[in-house]
Design a protein around this ligand. Sequence first.
Ligand code: CTP
Length: 392
Amino acid sequence: MNVVVGVTGGIAAYKAVGVIRSLVLAGHDVHVVATDAALRFVGRPTLEAISRNPVHTDLYEGVAQVRHVAIGQAADLIIVAPATANTIAKIAFGLADDLLGNTILASTAPLVLAPAMHTEMWQNPATTHNIAVLRERGVVIVGPASGQLTGSDSGPGRMVEPEAIVEAALAARGPRDLVGKRIVVTAGGTREAIDPVRYIGNRSSGRQGVAIAAAAATRGADVTLIAANLEVAPPASVVLTRVSSARELADATFAAAATAHVVIMAAAVADYRPEAVAEGKIKKETQGDRLTIELVRNPDILQTLSENRRDGQVIVGFAAETEEDPGALLELGRRKLARKGSDFLVINRVGWDAGFGTGENSVVTLNRAGDIVMEASGPKASVADRILDLLS
Ligand code: CTP
């Protein structure tokens, strides 16, 4: 795993060496980003020797490689140890006046801070507020411990021991249980052209599929995301193929599925498309008061994937249903599963107010035998993790 260790200017910087060392010994690729103040407490040669990589400090070095964002984008995990009150304040406000600030802002990786400061600074309302803001954003704060501080004083403010920081940081990173797995995820909703300016579409935003792709990449999988008209940004950590119509989605998915361990069909695929696409814009002048568009069936991608699955390949389908009665919803799901032949079917209720376009989802998952193997409700990111737990 690519771990960035940010070292800032406090006496506890000497203990950062222990954090770096135990990450390196555990097999991680460690890149140190030190502030100028940190290098007053611990020498660059020490940090370079222990991390086995050059130490980065200067925002204006390596500008051609866009280093100020490259280090953050490549990170799987960022640990700042020690994190001074000043650095904590800067991170809380999103300041980027040095390389570490830029690195943190440019990263989507989990961020773990190990504060170290005098008790008064730790208990100052400004620091308390900044810590609360960061915790709310999902930043993991490890410590500080209570004990002897640099001077004769003692109290909360000591940086916790390196081993405990590493342990908390790796836990924050979550499982890496999908390393070596190739996973194809389809997301979004297809559009079927009527004429050059109009299409038949659906209300899928792609949020659930994108959340699955992002979570799978975080857990170490090689992810191909086949994206049909997403309303949300795709994660940077996946191979992206953009498509629009059901037939484009089919071609891209079959090609990617040829080498995939898992295919997850979260996209909302149009079942029908206009039989003929008008060359020019359809005009009222020629159509009059009625317009009839003849639709023909699109290929069923999920069914074809299931019929042609390779040995050991796992195929996951979704079922978007408007049925409100839970028993009838399950029954519809079981019939769909039997038709499609996938290994799992994730059923979610959709409607005017549910499923599409929202940040939350509520799903019931069936296995091939039609048994309920998982039920989850909540943010789409946590539903994504529950689906991946099942596959893992
Ligand atoms: N699907 C597909 N190809 C299609 C239609 C759907 O691969 N032409 C996939 C979807 O990606 C989803 C699953 O099949 O994983 C079920 O989609 P859904 O729209 O719920 O079901 P349909 O097959 O379209 O059946 P119906 O609309 O009649 O409920």
